[in-house]
Design a protein around this ligand. Structure first.
Ligand SMILES: [Fe+2]
Length: 243
């Protein structure tokens, strides 16, 4: 390696993500959870420091949509890298865009806002047995009971929002007060052939008290990908990474 070469912040994150997730603790394997927790803490620390400028990304200058243009994707993804252990990229949300409620089956994740603000609500499905015996009027398997685990606003000054197979695994993300962007790590990557496909959900109603911000029970209905949500792609302009 050249003596004065400087390792980019995103390369450091990619290397740490690989170290953290190369033996991802999912339901199917046994790993040292203490080691995993230490590695994940280090990754959270690195993610907390990454900025939009580190990735050569800046908020769009023209915030007003032109009505004469065909509608472009409300959300755009910039792919950075993918290995068997994790995938990493940047999501760009237009003003008022939302990523609808979706899951990350048996996956870990980390989301760090680069610019703008997002509201994130995180849910977890309750025990399937509890959902099956409930006397809900809908009988289909597509309905499940879940808990609203957390709800909060994240900006570039916030630390990453962290999800795991067991906690905060489902989330919905809304851009607030203008466009927003966030760096996203998923581990392992989505892979339908391995049972890690993305499903979308609609909250049917809240069973808990409205004034509670946590641990509220809701019913979730699995739905097709909403018509008003689709994700375009554009090239990632930041430093290249290798893992
Ligand atoms: Fe997600």
């Amino acid at each position: 390696m050249p003596k004065n070469s400087k390792i980019s912040a995103i390369q450091t994150i990619a290397s740490q993500a690989y170290q953290t997730f190369k033996n991802t603790p999912t339901s199917g394997n046994n790993v040292d959870n203490k080691v995993f927790a230490e590695q994940q803490t280090e990754l959270v620390s690195l993610m907390s420091q990454i900025t939009a400028a580190d990735l050569n990304i800046a908020p769009p200058k023209n915030l007003s949509a032109s009505s004469s243009q065909p509608p472009s994707a409300p959300v755009t993804y910039m792919h950075i890298c993918e290995t068997d252990a994790f995938s990493m990229g940047v999501f760009l949300l237009k003003a008022e865009a939302s990523i609808p409620l979706h899951d990350h089956p048996d996956m870990h994740g980390m989301l760090k806002v680069l610019y703008g603000k997002v509201d994130i609500r995180c849910y977890d499905k309750l025990d399937q047995a509890a959902g099956a015996e409930a006397e809900h009027e809908r009988q289909e398997d597509a309905v499940s009971k879940a808990l609203l685990r957390s709800s909060g606003q994240f900006s570039a000054q916030s630390g990453p929002c962290v999800l795991s197979p067991a906690k905060d695994n489902l989330h919905e993300i809304d851009a607030v007060d203008g466009p927003a962007a966030f760096l996203d790590i998923l581990a392992p990557p989505y892979c339908p052939d391995d049972g890690r496909d993305c499903h979308y959900y609609k909250v049917l109603h809240t069973a808990g008290r409205k004034d509670q911000s946590e641990e509220d029970e809701v019913w979730l209905l699995e739905i097709p990908q909403p018509d008003d949500f689709w994700c375009g792609g554009e090239p990632y302009p930041g430093p290249q990474v290798s893992v």
